[in-house]
Write a protein that binds this ligand. Sequence first.
Ligand SMILES: CC(C)(COP(=O)(O)OP(=O)(O)OC[C@H]1O[C@@H](n2cnc3c(N)ncnc32)[C@H](O)[C@@H]1OP(=O)(O)O)[C@@H](O)C(=O)NCCC(=O)NCCS
Length: 173
Amino acid sequence: MIARLAGYAVGSLLQFRHVVIVHGAVRGWARIARRAPGAHLVLGNRVRLHRGVTVYLRAPGAIVRVGERTALGRRTEIHADTEVRIGSRCAVSWDVQFVDSDQHNLHGAAAGGVPIRVGDHVWIGQRSLILKGVRIGDGAVVAAGSVVTHDVPARALVAGSPARVIRMGVDWS
Ligand SMILES: CC(C)(COP(=O)(O)OP(=O)(O)OC[C@H]1O[C@@H](n2cnc3c(N)ncnc32)[C@H](O)[C@@H]1OP(=O)(O)O)[C@@H](O)C(=O)NCCC(=O)NCCS
């Protein structure tokens, strides 16, 4: 089942099937490629969804939240078994992937999803991959092509696979 949130939606609390728009307007549309029972996508005011953004609400009760004025770039994908929360005023570039579970079981490893939390005013470069359980602090920058497997401190610049801190105290616009 594929559902689309079309065009330019406006509402103070608009519920469009499983998509909830909180207090305002959303630009663009997201493809909901899977939708488990009770799962939701919650979009804040002035979220910008570029072409090809796809959200997988994979497990019952899964939730994806995108904060106000955050932009999700072309073909970015969010795969949620539990919760993926992206803060306000973030710039998520194109072809970024958020995946909050391994989706298969590696024997001997912990099974199941772990929520991903991205703070406010975070910039995530193109083709980065954000894996389960990662928390990214406010104001952080993730360089292009990074594979983020561990938490990122606030205002850190991380790069590489696995992503490592290469600078602290960064600012961006
Ligand atoms: C994050 C970014 C802006 C940082 O740029 P910068 O401050 O000029 O960084 P530098 O080029 O000085 O690199 C600093 C170090 O990090 C390394 N580095 C930079 N980007 C890297 C990356 N994507 N992956 C791995 N290492 C990287 C550099 O090789 C350098 O290492 P060194 O000191 O050992 O030589 C830039 O790396 C980047 O990712 N740009 C693309 C952002 C993007 O995707 N934009 C699309 C529109 S949203």
